[in-house]
Ligand binder design. Structure first.
Ligand code: 9D3
Length: 263
């Protein structure tokens, strides 16, 4: 897969993928990764890529022409493959694991990272296939968001993760949070490893882990369980959770976890 990022801070994005599984996939050539800088297609001899907003207001707007030139350059680079273009913006659809799996099927994806107060709407109309937000908080630019998208998609590219099983059964792929993990020593500051994990009974270990995952998900992220409630195999574990523990109230879960760290 070809993955490109349009950014005026290419070093910021490249630094993110010098190490780690995605970095290695790029090194091996399993992922072709490039950055394209709008400053290479400036509006004038001063190298500007932004301008003041029509109608007034604070801040600057990324102009359409330099961004359009970047998309054209990317299309040249990936021909004859088709290029999809995604703009990272707070107005986008929320990024998710399921969107990542869909995007990882593409031949070539160009991610456009904005800066300033926004980008000229006509660039979006004429060049952008979809807009992506990574969550409800304000970043200082799209580079971190683009890096998040590259990282998540990158893990899905053939050969990126050594053990395909580890990607199959991981958190969010099947909408359950991870179970607690332990390693040596058996007792740390008086806290023991759960007995079942030392039992050598693999079926019991599996049952315990599954139970833990459902319990944790019920308590912290009941929203994730909604799509699973009809799964016959889990109805018993779920019923136990419902009877034994209060689910998180999604409106207060953040507040509650903050209480935990501030008390
Ligand atoms: C929402 C704030 N905007 C109102 C005036 C201005 C603005 C601030 C920061 C517009 C863009 C940005 C930079 N953010 C991104 O480019 C961005 C982003 C984000 O801030 N949050 C979550 N996902 C994303 S994807 C791109």
């Amino acid at each position: 897969m070809w993955l490109g990022v349009v950014t005026i801070f290419p070093d910021l994005v490249k630094a993110m993928f010098k190490e780690g599984v995605v970095g290695r996939a790029i090194e091996r050539g399993d992922i072709s990764f490039e950055t394209i800088n709008p400053r290479d297609y400036p509006l004038n001899s001063y190298g500007s890529v932004d301008d003041r907003p029509f109608g007034g207001g604070p801040g600057m707007v990324l102009a359409a022409e330099p961004l359009a030139a970047c998309v054209q350059a990317a299309r040249e680079r990936v021909r004859p493959r088709t290029l999809k273009t995604a703009l990272l913006s707070p107005q986008g659809t929320r990024f998710s694991q399921s969107l990542a799996t869909k995007l990882s099927q593409l031949d070539a994806l160009l991610l456009v990272a904005g800066r300033y107060e926004g980008v000229d709407e006509r660039f979006i109309t004429n060049y952008v296939d979809l807009e992506i937000s990574i969550g409800d908080y304000v970043l200082s630019g799209g580079e971190l968001a683009a890096s998040v998208v590259v990282d998540v998609i990158g893990r899905y590219i053939e050969g990126t993760v050594n053990n395909p099983e580890s990607i199959e059964c991981e958190s969010f792929t099947d909408d359950l949070l991870d179970c607690p993990q332990y390693t040596r020593p058996r007792v740390f500051e008086g806290v023991e490893v759960p007995e079942v994990l030392l039992s050598g009974d693999h079926r019991a270990v599996e049952r315990w882990r599954h139970q833990q995952r459902i319990e944790k998900t019920w308590k912290r992220r009941p929203d994730l369980l909604v799509q699973r409630v009809n799964k016959e195999t889990e109805s018993a574990e779920l019923r136990d959770c419902v009877l034994n523990a209060q689910p998180a109230n999604l409106e207060t879960v953040e507040e509650e976890s903050l209480c935990e760290i501030t008390k």
